[in-house]
Design a binder for this molecule. Structure first.
Ligand code: CAA
Length: 384
């Protein structure tokens, strides 16, 4: 049994062993330094690519590992338990960049863009949010003006994970604002194009070693062959992509929460007060019991969403539930983990301090907790 999941698949157990061993021996020892310096983990990301973890669900013929979404969720949890920054870099490339090209791209686009992205030789970012359009991307302002042979991109994007290092960006822009969400298209943009600028890097509370950038497009020419899907299909491509992205962020949140949980158990077993380890105190035991329960409930929701995706079922609601539950569990667990550690937990000497800062963003990006509730409620009332 994998964490109480009745899946007996040997390949998943092997994957988990391999990723866990890499996470513990290579990623975890460097995570505190990456958090302190904010340096992008270039070498580790390259190794993830060599291990097939940057395009896990992409078929092998397009450079990927050809694995299922449950395996992806399991692997991502392991990476996040070591370093949340590395996990979001991996999650964005897999879920938000490889997926839409695989699902909506043509063979030429798969050959040119998807293959190097899935192999980890190139890195991608997903440029949907704008300064004035975060939770409500349907009204985005970035323009794709039709010109001979393609489009001219004009506008800006905000909160773009991997924005500094990306080789390719999936950019959502409108060809006709009057059409609302039906005027949005998705373009694969080479970040070395003339007029493409990384304008500002955010100075953040957590996930410090992953970049979060503001982008500017100053008349960036995008060839027609870089249009993903059809004109006007961009908004649906974005939302369908985010369904999968939310499974990734749920898994990241699980990893952060698990790290805080494991650290709390260890600390509670070693720290003595009133003549015994604090693990003997019922107050601490209740924290640990609640942490374990919330973690497992969120994990099963996450794996359920992934399983629905693997079975070709609709998983919009399941992914939103997974992200909502896992991110809120993660923040709760990291907060209580500091409480278990007392004053020590408030210092950078203990990993729970980083877990606390890293966990918060999981309730915000790829749709806030409030957006997830809107998505879940909309599905519950779909018949109305
Ligand atoms: N998949 C495909 N299509 C979908 C869909 C889905 N999951 N959900 C809705 N649609 C379709 C609808 O069927 C509808 O199509 P028709 O017009 O043909 O009927 C169309 O999209 C519009 O649907 P809605 O009217 O429901 O759309 P809305 O404008 O009311 O928005 C929303 C709904 C749930 C609030 C959505 O805007 C949303 O998810 N917002 C949050 C955005 C978000 O997550 N942003 C994060 C960006 S990425 C990031 O965080 C940065 C990073 O780098 C990590």
């Amino acid at each position: 049994m994998l964490y109480g999941w009745p899946e007996t698949d040997e390949s998943k157990k092997m994957l988990l062993d391999q990723v866990r061993s890499f996470s513990r021996s290579v990623i975890a020892p460097k995570a505190a330094e990456a958090d302190a310096t904010g340096n992008f983990p270039t070498e580790i990301v390259q190794q993830l690519g060599e291990m097939g973890l940057m395009g896990m669900m992409v078929p092998e013929e397009w450079g990927g590992a050809g694995m299922d979404a449950v395996s992806y969720a399991m692997a991502l949890e392991e990476i996040a338990a070591a370093c949340a920054s590395t996990a979001v870099i991996m999650s964005v490339n897999n879920s938000l960049v490889c997926y839409p090209i695989q699902a909506f791209g043509n063979d030429d686009q798969k050959k040119k863009f998807l293959t190097p992205l899935a192999q980890g030789k190139k890195l991608g970012c997903f440029a949907l949010s704008e300064p004035g359009h975060g939770s409500d991307p349907a009204g985005l302002q970035c323009q794709a003006i039709k010109v001979e042979g393609g489009y001219k991109l004009k506008g800006s994007k905000n909160w773009i994970t991997n924005g500094k290092e990306a080789d390719y960006a999936i950019v959502f822009a409108t060809t006709d604002k009057a059409l609302g969400h039906k005027g949005i298209c998705a373009l694969i943009v080479d970040t070395k194009s003339t007029g493409y600028k990384v304008a500002k890097l955010e100075d953040k509370l957590g996930i410090v070693a992953s970049s979060t950038a503001q982008l500017f497009f100053d008349d960036v020419f995008v060839p027609q062959e870089c249009l993903l899907g059809k004109e006007g299909q961009g908004f649906k491509i974005a939302l369908a992509t985010l369904d999968g992205g939310r499974i990734g962020i749920a898994s990241q949140a699980l990893g952060i929460g698990r790290c805080a949980f494991d650290a709390s158990k260890k600390f509670a077993s070693e720290r003595e007060q009133f003549g015994a380890p604090i693990a003997k105190l019922q107050a601490i035991q209740w924290f640990i019991a609640d942490m374990a329960t919330r973690l497992q409930a969120a994990r099963l929701l996450t794996w359920n969403a992934a399983k629905c995706k693997d079975m070709g079922l609709k998983y919009t609601k399941e992914a939103a539930m997974a992200k909502l539950a896992a991110s809120e569990a993660s923040v709760w667990i990291a907060t209580k983990a500091i409480q278990v550690h007392g004053g020590y937990g408030y210092t950078k000497e203990y990993v729970v301090e980083r877990n606390y800062r890293d966990s918060k963003v999981t309730e915000i990006y790829e749709g806030t907790s409030e957006i997830q509730r809107i998505v879940i409620a909309a599905q519950e009332f779909a018949e109305l």
